[in-house]
Write a protein that binds this ligand. Structure first.
Ligand SMILES: [Zn+2]
Length: 253
């Protein structure tokens, strides 16, 4: 989760959080405190500059048919790739949903988040700024995967877009050149990206799987001739790759 360093310093000191993730899932004693953390954290994501890695990636795949399946919720992909080419499987912190959820709708939250941050009282927000569901009055929560995550119309639309893209790519004519590029996927939820990618690479003749990760990743034996593993700093790997491709384009190779 990239965020602006320093913006959560007071929370870090008061609660001992080692990461924003810890603050996000902490059990606060009041919704005003909970929303103070959410607001500050989400605002830091709105304000964070777009990572160069995202631009490099976009440059590398320029001119190709591309789809992004991501478990990131930090709105970075949305700034660089077209919205209709992204499936945000675990949600997006830039939206609210009802905490029940009592209805199928998500709401952009930037304005209210900024208002909360401007009016913060220490590490709490005023009660009147708690985001309330307009249908049932319950407190809203960020649209991010947890036990009440709304897999509603917007979520399903993303999944359908992804599935139809795959279907179209893996037809016989095009299946010779499908690259399944896995970038920095951790071990927490292998069922969303990693395992389906392994299966698709194995089952489809022309598909090839590339895994880039900070550390050594597990590599299945049956993908031996259909996969490539690149360990190390992802941002450096993509930057180098972009340079190499640029060089090749320049020499016409
Ligand atoms: Zn509701």
């Amino acid at each position: 989760m990239p965020y602006l360093e320093g913006q959560l310093q007071d929370f870090k000191e008061a609660y001992g959080f080692q990461s924003p993730f810890a603050g996000f899932y902490y059990c606060y004693s009041s919704p005003e405190q909970q929303w103070a953390f959410y607001a500050r954290y989400i605002q830091s994501l709105w304000d964070a500059p777009t990572g160069q890695t995202y631009y490099d990636l976009a440059e590398i795949v320029r001119g190709k048919e591309v789809f992004v399946l991501t478990t990131n919720v930090d709105m970075q992909f949305e700034r660089v790739f077209p919205q209709n080419s992204i499936c945000s499987y675990q949600g997006n912190v830039g939206y609210f949903q009802c905490s029940q959820p009592c209805h199928d709708r998500i709401y952009p939250n930037e304005n209210l988040i900024r208002e909360m941050c401007e009016n913060m009282l220490g590490m709490r927000i005023p009660s009147e700024l708690l985001p309330r569901c307009r249908e049932c009055g319950r407190i809203m929560v960020p649209w991010v995967r947890d036990d009440t995550f709304l897999e509603g119309r917007d979520w399903k639309d993303g999944v359908i877009r992804y599935e139809s893209f795959l279907k179209q790519c893996l037809t016989k004519e095009k299946a010779k050149s499908v690259l399944l590029l896995e970038l920095g996927v951790g071990e927490m939820t292998p069922g969303i990206i990693k395992l389906p990618f392994w299966e698709m690479a194995y089952k489809n003749k022309g598909a090839f799987y590339v895994c880039m990760n900070q550390e050594d990743s597990s590599s299945p034996e049956h993908l031996k001739n259909k996969s490539l593993y690149i360990d190390g700093d992802l941002s450096k790997t993509l930057r180098d790759l972009k340079q190499i491709m640029k060089g090749k384009a320049g020499t016409g190779k």
